[in-house]
Design a binder for this molecule. Structure first.
Ligand SMILES: NC(=O)c1ccc[n+]([C@@H]2O[C@H](COP(=O)([O-])OP(=O)(O)OC[C@H]3O[C@@H](n4cnc5c(N)ncnc54)[C@H](OP(=O)(O)O)[C@@H]3O)[C@@H](O)[C@H]2O)c1
Length: 337
């Protein structure tokens, strides 16, 4: 088409068509051909006794994407909630998108780790199974989830590496009766992704990382886009107690759109074509977090200015060292295999 004609048409295309308002069930494409709903309910730190009610409330309120993990130690209650809503006909299993994650002490026992989560969740399959961290930990250490050495440092399993783990995860999707629809990773830096992709047969469908205006992780986002890996943002509010709800710029954008700061923090990811996980066990917040809006270029450049002026802030520290960012730098050890 003639470029001046296409510019003419673009200028006259209504805003709502150019930037459709995202909803929590807007489907984002994965490299498997499947899609992932834009908003997921997070379940980390959702206490026993709370998480079942939260998941039931969320699904009744229209959420279709639930983010789980073996290490959250609450998958049994999430499973009870799923059974409840499915048996009452609120939702069909195939209309839900359920993620679980392989914990670090299960890197050498991938099938066993998956089966444990499936049993707890009371499911035949998960839609997405992620390697929770690219760091194998001793399966026979002094704690089943967080083993430590006598000097207090993490008990890392140096006999294997994340690439070997990925090879075993690949077998899950290559099986004749797969119990996972897709496999992916979490907490992967560009360096780790490069090492993985050099030897992978299956490109991860997703990289789930901490992501928000205080930690845009632009180089990871750009790399994932180039490689066809969908990005899912975790801790969009900066997890419990973060200052982001009070941030001046976030509130300026929120005021412009007449919405709460939380809506801006969640919608930021939709503007980046990422899905986002919001954790809450509070019914009113679960409801409130459903609201997403289309942010424009001006909003996004304001939000992008936050990390440029205030620096980067990581709110969720990996369980391998202190304030070490990605595990590349964990305890000063290169674990990338
Ligand atoms: N792959 C990984 O390694 C990894 C790491 C971290 C998180 N995740 C996933 O990402 C999910 C989300 O991250 P996150 O749990 O760290 O934190 P988050 O979703 O950024 O923040 C959760 C906190 O915000 C509060 N909150 C929720 N909605 C609110 C609202 N509208 N207004 C005010 N406060 C609100 C919640 O309180 P209440 O619950 O009390 O309402 C909770 O204290 C996790 O639950 C987990 O599923 C994955």
């Amino acid at each position: 088409m003639n470029p001046s004609l296409s510019n003419f048409m673009l200028a006259r295309t209504p805003k709502h068509i150019l930037h459709p308002t995202p909803t929590m069930t807007t489907q984002l494409q994965l490299n498997t051909g499947a899609s992932i709903p834009a908003l997921g309910l997070g379940t980390w730190q959702s206490a026993p006794g709370e998480v079942k009610k939260a998941v039931i409330h969320a699904i009744e309120a229209g959420y279709r994407h639930i983010d789980c993990a073996f290490c959250y130690q609450n998958e049994d209650e999430v499973g009870e909630a799923l059974q409840d809503v499915i048996s009452r006909g609120i939702v069909k299993r195939e209309d839900l998108f359920i993620t679980s994650k392989l914990w670090c002490t299960f890197h050498t026992r991938v099938e066993e780790g998956l089966q444990k989560s499936l049993d707890l969740l009371k499911l035949d399959y998960v839609d997405l199974y992620l390697m929770h961290w690219p760091v194998p930990m001793n399966p026979n250490g002094n704690h089943p989830l967080f083993p430590k050495l006598p000097d207090g440092s993490r008990d890392i399993d140096h006999s294997t590496n994340h690439i070997q783990t990925w090879k075993n995860m690949e077998k899950l999707v290559q099986s004749s009766s797969p119990k996972v629809k897709a496999i992916g990773v979490a907490n992967y830096s560009v360096k780790y992704l490069e090492k993985l992709l050099a030897q992978a047969t299956v490109v991860p469908a997703v990289n789930q990382i901490e992501n928000h205006p205080y930690l845009p992780q632009q180089e990871v986002a750009d790399f994932c886009k180039e490689k066809g890996i969908h990005l899912t943002a975790y801790s969009p509010f900066g997890s419990t107690g973060s200052p982001m709800f009070k941030d001046e710029i976030v509130n300026e954008v929120a005021k412009k759109h007449n919405v709460g700061a939380g809506t801006v923090l969640l919608s930021y990811h939709l503007a980046r074509n990422s899905s986002v996980l919001a954790k809450s066990v509070t019914p009113s917040r679960i409801d409130e977090n459903r609201k997403l809006i289309a942010l424009d270029d001006d909003d996004m450049s304001k939000l992008e200015s936050i990390s440029k002026t205030k620096g980067l802030t990581r709110f969720v520290y990996p369980p391998f060292g202190v304030n070490c960012g990605f595990p590349d730098k964990a305890d000063g050890i290169d674990l990338s295999g």
